[in-house]
Design a protein around this ligand. Structure first.
Ligand SMILES: Cc1ncc(C[n+]2csc(CCOP(=O)(O)OP(=O)(O)O)c2C)c(N)n1
Length: 675
């Protein structure tokens, strides 16, 4: 283990591009690996990031850049979360303190950032498909370069990777797959493929054992032995051999030439292995064994915790930076924590409920549920499509599956949602985590789910305004849903309507009519939930703000700003985007509200605001005599949202209280409500 104190990086300082790397010998590369690890740890302790995966892939990255020549040769990094070393070696080291910061270096791979990044990634299991595509194009266009896909054992569990391998074996084109096997996904990797790779490694050790047995046999040949003893030796040899099979035979049978496994931290061995396969013109897989977190004891010992970290302390004892805790103030829970706690609280009430995660148990807070109810918890690996269709099968057979999935990863399973869940109107509940803006950037923004789910018949698309409502939505859906229900919530601290942020998870459950919208923050003469009565202002300008999900809280925070300027709008918790609350909207129109603003933390195209506009257009056709209000929509415009802190991104997209207040004030114009 090297010392963590920041030391001079003489080799790293000399590297401005991969060209300099090629001049280094093996021992120099080894020294460089140490310098890189030190720098990664020292940078990430300030910026946070995917620490363990990057520490594990240092020698692989060095070897690849030593042997191949980017950007001519194409290296496709699966997921792209392990590309920090690659970034350091391809001219971006000086920007490392801006990693994952707004306008700084992305935490993922992206050709818009560097010509050395062959493609964009953030989602898993795409690299082999991309490599096949690029190799086919190269061969068709008679170009001459190598295409290399670097994929982890976690990424290999994803269906797409297996589909691509299947196709590549059939095509036979020149693609090199580097399989980075650290036995970890975010959590421990699981499934038959992972087990198979363990067997391959055992087989590797079998070579040693076999060699030793052969040596013993040679020695025994020198001494006279009875036939029985000879038979016994043969039997031991055979049984030992039968326990193992030829390394990589499964890949070989699929048409991919397998070599390995080799030690991925022995840069010399790795370079030799690359040299041995680099000129082959056929599909090759090089199986490389690495350790996640290599070289940093804390990450080696707890690779799950250090998979992705926020800023942490390097002072011994190594620990995360802890904010000074106010003893009177309980730590606010996140929506993920509220959701997963609700699942635990509901488990006894709903014995047929099961929870499913596609390899994101940590992020979704489901680890505890899995420990308490191991028979009712299914981590399916990085297999979103399988997760959804499996849930459909469960629902059809009488279980109550809850698929806990990030908004961005649900995108991968849209067909399964339509074809396997929605057509039969199956009561699968989707807990859509990280719905809205997230730090990671374009590949991870959870902004499309409303638009795609709203277009699917039979779906109910909900978003709670706070922790209590999230629990009640889940409770009610589990009890009564006759078809699919999606409940979306952001990656954020949970809001508690009672103002004691995050401590509502201890409360009991309550059935709610979640398709009905409610006046939440302004009870203006509301008699029953979802019924609009006059607000009594008699003003020429009656403004209603229809807020969906996380924006209810933001709008509540914008209210005093608007009131200070003389505008006192009605705030509606429009918690169901599909179906929209027909009765409520009718009443709103009939009450003479002449300005309506919709708000959502999602793309405007096809989103909640679009649902209200569609409703208004249909209403115009149905009853042309009804005076229509002006409708404006606040949400994310038609662009991809980059990386940066959630607060910055919300502000950038007009979703902070100040921007909302400004927009509404200007939209409301002069004749505002007076208070
Ligand atoms: C489609 C998709 N689902 C889930 C994730 C979340 N995720 C990010 S990294 C990761 C584990 C990847 O494991 P592996 O490929 O073995 O790489 P390692 O971090 O072990 O080097 C997961 C599940 C993702 N990026 N994409």
């Amino acid at each position: 283990m090297y010392a963590l104190a920041n030391q001079p990086s003489s080799f790293l300082d000399a590297i401005c591009s991969p060209a300099e790397l090629k001049r280094l010998g093996i021992s120099q590369l080894q020294a460089l690996a140490g310098e890189i690890r030190r720098e990664i740890v020292h940078n990430l302790n300030k910026t946070g990031g995917h620490l363990a995966s990057n520490l594990g892939i240092v020698e692989i990255t060095l070897g690849l850049h030593h042997v191949f020549k980017t950007p001519v040769d194409k290296i496709l990094w699966d997921v792209g979360h392990q590309c920090y070393v690659h970034k350091m070696l391809t001219g971006r080291r000086n920007q490392f303190d801006t990693l994952r910061q707004y306008k700084g270096l992305s935490g993922f791979i992206n050709p818009l950032e560097s010509e050395h990044d062959a493609f964009v990634a953030g989602h898993s299991s795409t690299s082999v498909s991309l490599a096949v595509g690029m190799a086919l194009a190269r061969d068709h266009l008679k170009q001459n370069h190598k295409v290399i896909a670097v994929i982890g054992d976690g990424g290999l569990t994803g269906g797409m990777a297996l589909e691509a391998i299947n196709h590549l074996g059939h095509l036979g084109n020149d693609v090199l797959i580097i399989l980075n096997d650290n036995e970890m996904s975010i959590s421990e990797n699981l499934g038959g493929i992972s087990q198979y790779m363990k067997r391959i490694k055992e087989t590797f050790f079998y070579r040693d054992i076999k060699q030793k047995i052969d040596q013993i046999e040679d020695m025994l040949d020198q001494v006279p032995l009875t036939p029985t003893i000879r038979q016994m030796i043969e039997l031991v040899k055979k049984q030992t051999k039968d326990r193992f099979d030829t390394p990589g035979i499964v890949f070989e049978k699929l048409g991919i030439n397998y070599s390995g496994p080799i030690d991925g931290h022995d840069v010399g061995a790795f370079i030799n292995a690359l040299d041995a396969v680099k000129d082959k013109q056929t599909p090759q897989m090089l199986h490389v064994v690495t350790q996640k977190g290599k070289g940093f004891a804390s990450a080696e010992n707890d690779a799950i915790k250090y998979h992705s970290v926020s800023a942490f302390s390097l002072e011994p004892p190594l620990s995360e930076k802890v904010e000074p805790v106010q003893p009177t103030k309980p730590k606010a829970k996140t929506y993920s924590e509220v959701f997963s706690q609700a699942l635990i609280d509901l488990a006894d009430l709903e014995p047929n409920m099961v929870a499913i995660t596609p390899a994101t148990a940590e992020g979704s807070g489901l680890v505890k549920f899995g420990k308490v109810y191991p028979d009712r918890f299914f981590d399916v690996a990085i297999c979103e499509q399988h997760a959804v269709t499996m849930a459909a099968g469960m629902a059809k057979t009488g279980l109550k599956p809850v698929v806990s999935i990030y908004s961005t990863f649900l995108q991968r399973a849209i067909d399964q949602v339509v074809h396997d869940v929605a057509i039969l109107n199956l009561p699968v509940i989707f807990g859509i985590d990280r719905a809205g803006l997230v730090e990671d950037g374009e590949t991870h923004q959870g902004v499309f789910d409303i638009a795609f789910l709203r277009s699917i018949p039979n779906f109910t698309v909900l978003a709670p305004k706070d922790a209590r409502e999230l629990r009640n939505m889940l409770y009610t859906a589990l009890k009564h849903a006759k078809g699919p229900v999606a409940i979306r919530f952001p990656r954020d601290k949970a809001v508690d309507a009672s103002g004691t942020a995050g401590n509502t998870t201890e409360c009991s459950f309550e059935e709610i009519d979640y398709t009905k919208w409610e006046f939440d923050h302004r009870p203006l003469g509301v008699t029953t939930q979802g019924t609009v009565t006059s607000n009594g202002y008699g003003s020429a300008n009656k403004v209603a703000l229809l807020a969906y999900g996380s924006t209810v809280d933001t709008v509540a925070r914008a209210l005093p700003l608007m009131q200070a300027k003389g505008l006192d709008p009605v705030i509606v918790n429009a918690r169901c985007a599909k179906p929209v609350d027909d009765k409520f909207l009718s009443q709103l129109f009939e009450q003479g509200f002449n300005k309506i603003v919709t708000l959502e933390e999602a793309c405007l195209a096809g989103g909640f605001g679009a649902a209200v506009l569609e409703w208004a257009a249909a209403k115009r056709l149905r009853s042309p005599q009804t005076k229509q209000p002006e409708i404006a929509c606040i949400g994310i415009p038609d662009h991809f949202v980059e990386h940066g802190s959630r607060t910055t991104l919300l502000k950038d997209n007009g979703l902070d209280p100040e921007s909302i207040s400004e927009f509404v004030l200007s939209f409301a114009g002069n004749g505002v409500n007076t208070i």
